[in-house]
Design a protein around this ligand. Structure first.
Ligand SMILES: *[C@@H]1O[C@H](CO)[C@@H](O)[C@H](O)[C@H]1NC(C)=O
Length: 122
């Protein structure tokens, strides 16, 4: 939109006040040529590129796969898993597991050295 197009109504306003037109209906604002609407063709082109046949086929696979996963049987199973995980993850369990891992680490290192020694002697 040209700058002068924007300013024209303001430039004409004092004239309109000084000599009101016989027709009191305000002139229509000039049609907008900028803004989101002018970007729409570019956006649509972008969407069209996204919606290639391959993309649509891939989306169908993903959506039908997700739909299968989210069957009511699986939702029940997922709910059970989440409930159990929630029950397992008490502070006691996490503390004990951390201790267990801490205790196992030297053992794993020892086994690793032992294996290294055995393999080195072959
Ligand atoms: C954590 O370890 C303590 C002490 O060994 C034991 O009494 C408790 O039952 C354990 N808790 C869990 C959740 O394994």
């Amino acid at each position: 939109m040209r700058f002068s197009t924007l300013l024209l109504p303001f430039a004409a306003a004092p004239l309109a006040l000084a000599a009101p037109e016989p027709n009191p209906v305000a002139p229509r604002a000039p049609a907008s040529t900028g803004g989101l609407l002018s970007e729409l063709p570019g956006i649509l082109d972008g969407v069209q590129e996204l919606l290639s046949k391959d993309t649509i086929n891939n989306l169908e696979v993903i959506v039908s796969g997700a739909a299968k996963l989210l069957s009511s049987d699986n939702i029940d199973i997922l709910q059970d898993i989440l409930n159990n995980a929630h029950t397992l993850l008490t502070k006691d369990f996490v503390d004990n597991t951390t201790t267990l891992i801490g205790d196992a680490t030297p053992l794993v290192e020892d086994v690793s050295k032992l294996l290294g020694g055995v393999l080195g002697s072959l």
